[in-house]
Design a protein around this ligand. Structure first.
Ligand code: 13P
Length: 252
């Protein structure tokens, strides 16, 4: 179902005390100040997921993992399975973040296996796509994003698509302070929806939520969130400050 979503990707930030305080502050502000009906999802580091899920059990905020293993279980030292995440209270998982693709060499076949594990565990998948600056300058960005979608998502059934959200995160905008302009964001979001429509049909494509991520903050959120094909945001740096995150939420 297409809905508006604000997701906070904390990346590798926050010890236990900091993570618990951030979650407590966000949930308090949401309760006191937020009247909208957008879905709110926080993505803390793995080790905090269980505690934060319990802390927010009776709130309207959901929790997710920033990654999951491609395998079910077994001798994969250091990995965390989708099923383990679900058993700790996670409802979502981010798959294919550009930091995973580039620093950990995650390929399309790794990501496809992760998506299948996540869906099997009953998690909602936020699948990230996006081009580097070099790819954009060479006008390769549309081809690249189409192949990221095709290689990992177009084998899914219509039912499985019901558990998938796409996030467009241009690599050149992540953590750089450079944001896609509203025209660039709308152009790519419309392209993503059209590409999904070409393969899966218009009806399904019109039901997929497509989030924008990349230096989204309190000052630029409104101009991005009003765009026709932008259904919310995947926020990095600005999600680490409760006030900023909730102020972004209020613009959705
Ligand atoms: P920033 O908001 O810090 O640019 O990070 C975006 C991101 O990577 C979210 O997943």
């Amino acid at each position: 179902m297409r809905r508006r979503i604000l997701a906070g990707n904390w990346k590798m930030n926050g010890d236990r005390e900091e993570a618990m305080s951030l979650a407590t502050e966000i949930s308090g502000m949401v309760k006191d100040e937020y009247l909208g009906d957008s879905k709110i999802v926080l993505f803390p580091p793995f080790v905090h997921i269980h505690s934060i899920a319990r802390l927010l059990e009776h709130s309207r905020i959901s929790i997710g993992g920033q990654n999951c293993a491609a395998a079910d279980s077994g001798a994969f030292t250091g990995e965390v399975s989708a099923k383990m995440l679900a058993s700790c209270g996670a409802q979502y998982v981010i798959i294919g973040h550009s930091e995973r693709r580039s620093y950990f060499n995650e390929s399309s076949s790794d990501l496809t296996a992760k998506i299948m594990q996540a869906l099997k565990a009953g998690l909602q998948v936020i699948y990230c796509v996006g081009e580097t600056l070099e790819q954009r300058e060479q006008t390769e960005h549309f081809n690249l994003v189409a192949s990221q979608l095709r290689e990992c998502l177009f084998h899914l059934s219509k039912d499985q698509w019901g558990h998938v959200v796409v996030a467009y995160e241009p690599v050149w905008a992540i953590g750089t302070g450079l944001t896609a302009s509203p025209a660039q964001a709308q152009e790519m979001h419309a392209f993503i929806r059209q590409t999904i429509a070409d393969h899966m049909g218009h009806e399904l494509a019109s039901e997929v939520s497509i989030l924008y991520g990349g230096s989204c903050n309190e000052s630029n959120a409104t101009e991005l969130f009003v765009l026709k094909d932008v259904d919310g945001g995947l926020i990095g740096g600005a999600s680490l400050k409760s006030r900023s995150f909730v102020n972004i939420l209020k613009q959705l």
